[in-house]
Design a protein around this ligand. Sequence first.
Ligand SMILES: C[S@@+](CC[C@H](N)C(=O)[O-])C[C@H]1O[C@@H](n2cnc3c(N)ncnc32)[C@H](O)[C@@H]1O
Length: 630
Amino acid sequence: MRKLNKEEIEFIAQCLKQDKPLPDIYRYIIPFETKKEYELTYEGKKREEDILAETMAVPLQPVKTFGNGNGGWTNKLIFGDNLQVLKALMDDPEVYDKNTGRGKVRLIYIDPPFATKQEFRGSQDQKAYQDKIIGAQFLEFLRKRLVFLRELLADDGSIYVHLDWKKGHYVKVLMDEIFGEQNFRNEIVWCYKGASEAKDRFPAKHETLFFYAKSQLTSFNYDAIRVPYKDDNKKPAKWGEGEIYEKHPLGTKCLDWFSDIPSFMTASQAKEIIGYPTQKPEKLLERIIKASSNEGDFVMDCFAGSGTTGAVAEKLGRRWIMIDCGKLAIYTMQKRLLNLREEIGNHGKPLKPKPFTLYNAGLYDYKMVKDLPWDKYREFVLKLFQCRDEKYRIAGVELDGYLGRDFVMVFNYKKHKDVILDRGFIDDLHKILGDKVGYRFFIIVPAASVMFFEDYIEKGKTKYFVLRIPYSIIDELHRKGFTHIKQPIREADVNDTIDAVGFDFIQIPDMECDYFIEDKKEQMKMDKSNKETVIKINKFKSNILSKKPLKFENRETLSMIMVDYDYDGEVFDFDDIFYAEDIKKQDWEVRFDANNINEQVMIIYIDIFGNEKREVKRRVDFSGSNKAKC
Ligand SMILES: C[S@@+](CC[C@H](N)C(=O)[O-])C[C@H]1O[C@@H](n2cnc3c(N)ncnc32)[C@H](O)[C@@H]1O
């Protein structure tokens, strides 16, 4: 490496002092102390240490357990941004051992989405395209998740990352950095057939999966995934010069290119097709899960989509964790798991899944939080604000933990029902603690118990901050503003990459609809009746709490409407979905065959922030031409 001269050194020092970027020519001249021979650099690449430390964790709120959990382990279906959830899972002793720093997940499969310029189809898509996470941003988005996945992976674990020819090569380099080049086991090419319009290249008919082991301890069950010999006869085969070898009774070894698993174009897979965009075949997951895990092991997919990984893991007797930030994905998985069949491809007898629990992570039901017993409430809210749970007393006052180095008190509104947090309370607290606390002191408290509007009250050198539940936006606390988990308004965006930060509480949207039945505008041959049910959406308004008031047009924040035509009164088992973009084109009307409805129908209206308004309607509620209001 050539030496920098005096002028260059001065110039660089000036740039640094003035906070100016260095010209590109210095990129390869300035010597860095690094153990890496090569690495992928791009704008915005963070240090792994910072990713691990700065990522916010969001506590998991159980919403419902399907089946009888009996207090033991239940499989996990989690709604939330996977980055924050992965960090939260590092606090779960069943998934990660904090004492040894070792993960317990045996197998991870991910099939992340990504936007490329190809998806940009015209001016009306421009806005949607601009919002997408592409290029270096996408790489960093994925890299952050991979760093956490490495932590959660057991020492004998394996990870498979499913990509295609567009971004795969960049991600391979990142995976070498994160998991170690020596642990790279395979580049699997999954190839299939199908029509193509390509005229300037070979039609692209393959996807790529990178398979890494966590360490040398990782085993591989090659006998479990043998495939039939091509000629399918069991006689010994001849090798070259008459050498004879016996065929293995289970078949030949499976090679690193899979050509025997069709993509979803073929009718042979009809039984497993759910209609979720980018759903992967069960046969593909069967091979991966059998090769790299055993019965009882943990299998995880944090971009779970339609839930192929969990469905196959369930059939193969593995425990599973699935995460997705899409409401559609969550309801699709719930339906899929409750309608499983024993065999791969969803054939055979019905299979009752082992108990699984649906969790919210980052978007919470406030009533459920408030109804928790005190201990659970205290634990939950401490986690919500990233506080360390540690009880102690100062001058006789019981405190609950630390935020960084500052003291935290969880206001016990359950015990002291008639006490409110007003200025007098802060005065009294300061009289007792004043000289014993530092510059910041935090009180976690339900918003309804606080009698002033400020984020903090200053007493002497100490600022007494109130962390209000259900909502608290305190700039001093979070270096990054909170961003919501966005839900799509059109089918093409279902697989969007979402990078959400922070938490929020469910705020049920306001809505006004007319429900009625009228003659069909167009009659199709397969229609069961000539009447159709109509839901006319007159008003839809999200109730988002935010420091700066957010203004939306009527119906602007509607994402989608999901319908269960024969709601059993207990589980929402969705049958149909209507996206806001299409509803708008139909003059804000949703229409479906009147005969679809059995006794009662459940309709879920979802806004772009993931909040739901649920309605149960019986046939009579739509009956006649009387417009029934909701
Ligand atoms: C390509 S699909 C996965 C399909 C899946 N392999 C299957 O067989 O159905 C990717 C999924 O990642 C989800 N996703 C995108 N960003 C996410 C995030 N930050 N956290 C959790 N899920 C995310 C999308 O909602 C989508 O369902």
